[in-house]
Design a protein around this ligand. Structure first.
Ligand SMILES: *[C@@H]1O[C@H](CO)[C@@H](O)[C@H](O)[C@H]1NC(C)=O
Length: 82
């Protein structure tokens, strides 16, 4: 049986090593362009990401890095807010 202080350190070290090993870089490419949607029998052009509305989800874990390439194929200047 380990003394409590040694056990606490071992647990911390494993947690730290584990989170480093699981850290990932999550990369996405967002194409922003027109999407024609039908609502109540009317067609409307909206801007969407990768032809999806709502846009794609970005799933990450704590410690991951996120890289998003945004390609604006719309006729408008735009900013993306996170
Ligand atoms: C995209 O939609 C805008 C606004 O409706 C329109 O002015 C533009 O011509 C459209 N572009 C394309 C490539 O369809």
């Amino acid at each position: 049986m380990m003394p409590p202080t040694v056990f606490a350190f071992a647990l911390f070290a494993l947690t730290f090593i584990g989170s480093q090993a699981n850290a990932a870089t999550v990369e996405h490419t967002f194409h922003i362009r027109n999407l024609t949607v039908s609502r109540m029998c009317k067609e409307k052009v909206i801007l969407a990401v990768n032809d999806q509305y709502p846009g794609p989800a970005i799933e990450v874990a704590e410690g991951d890095s996120v890289v998003v390439h945004v390609i604006n194929e719309s006729p408008f200047d735009m900013t993306i807010h996170w």
